[in-house]
Design a binder for this molecule. Structure first.
Ligand SMILES: NC(=O)C1=CN([C@@H]2O[C@H](COP(=O)(O)OP(=O)(O)OC[C@H]3O[C@@H](n4cnc5c(N)ncnc54)[C@H](OP(=O)(O)O)[C@@H]3O)[C@@H](O)[C@H]2O)C=CC1
Ligand SMILES: O=C(O)[C@@H]1CCC=N1
Length: 264
């Protein structure tokens, strides 16, 4: 039995992704403090919503998807009920396995995971890192679970803040680009729905090229950039405005924020 504790944006994306694929509603418990939201989840997914203490008692695998700032209070609350039979998987940005372990009874296995919201579509990208008491069977279990909603890689925990900045937050960067491109089309007089369709399909197509050809993005970009053409004119403007540096700085800021959240 799996319990998802905290079914906000990420927890619900994982819940929906799991139920669409390998898991039946009877195999997943959900803990959500707000009754109105809990009722929505019961209605939408047919899952049982239970207090955290019941979830811990009934589930062997606990997927903790609360905000990092709320996580340790919850961990302190459930810690007395946990033992080595449980596997704790935390998706919280920043919180290290060492911090989580320091709030848990000795020996409870902890896996730190960083998924992303495309898990909802079965297109997630998750990295996992094991804590001091996580054996390879625990990592296998986490990988199997999160693998039902996309791809999973194992990384050393020292890389998790960078993972968070790249693939955890990453979908938002592409939505930001999409939004900007749509607005540019609208500003040039195109109907919004047309602009949105063009942008959606272009991003999906570019992603398929990256994934399907295995080529480096520079090679794919060069193929679009005709000599003396439109793409070269656009890219020159992006470089002039420092977009490359802006992205690098943005990803570093996300990495640093993830590190800072570990202190909460
Ligand atoms: N959003 C994303 O793309 C990603 C998020 N994450 C991580 O996932 C976690 C959740 O983020 P996100 O989904 O965006 O945030 P949300 O605020 O949407 O979700 C947090 C959820 O936890 C619930 N909650 C709060 N306190 C408790 C409690 N004591 N017991 C059970 N549930 C509780 C909240 O309920 P209520 O609303 O009623 O307060 C809310 O539904 C974070 O740690 C974040 O770092 C990781 C990868 C990607
Ligand atoms: O914004 C956040 O803090 C979370 C972690 C990664 C994506 N969303």
């Amino acid at each position: 039995m799996i319990a998802i504790i905290g079914a906000g944006k990420m927890g619900e994306a994982l819940l929906a992704g799991l139920l669409t694929r390998d898991h039946a509603p009877k195999d997943v418990l959900v803990t959500e403090p707000r009754e109105e939201h809990a009722a929505e989840l019961r209605e939408r997914y047919g899952v049982e919503t239970v207090p955290a203490a019941d979830a811990v008692e009934r589930a062997d695998t606990l997927l903790l998807a609360l905000k990092p700032q709320d996580m340790l209070a919850l961990v302190d609350e459930i810690a007395p009920l946990l033992s080595g039979r449980n596997l704790v998987i935390s998706v919280a940005a920043g919180l290290t396995t060492a911090v989580l372990e320091s709030h848990l009874p000795a020996g409870v296995p902890v896996v730190r995971a960083m998924p992303n919201t495309p898990a909802l579509m079965g297109q997630g990208m998750t990295a996992v890192a094991g804590g001091a008491h996580a054996e390879s069977a625990h990592l296998d279990r986490a990988e199997e679970l999160l693998g039902t909603v996309g791809e999973v890689i194992r990384v050393g925990e020292q890389h998790m803040d960078t993972v968070t900045a790249i693939s955890g937050s990453g979908p938002a960067y592409f939505y930001f680009i999409a939004e900007t491109m749509i607005e540019a089309g609208v500003a040039m007089g195109m109907p919004r729905a047309t602009a949105q369709r063009l942008v959606d399909r272009t991003i999906t197509g570019a992603a398929a090229m990256l994934d399907g050809t295995g080529e480096h993005p520079v090679v794919l970009r060069e193929a679009v950039t005709s000599p003396g053409g439109t793409t070269a004119a656009a890219l020159r403007e992006l470089e002039r405005h420092g977009v490359r540096t802006a992205f690098t700085d943005a990803i570093e800021a996300a990495r640093d924020r993830s590190r800072a959240l570990s202190g909460n």
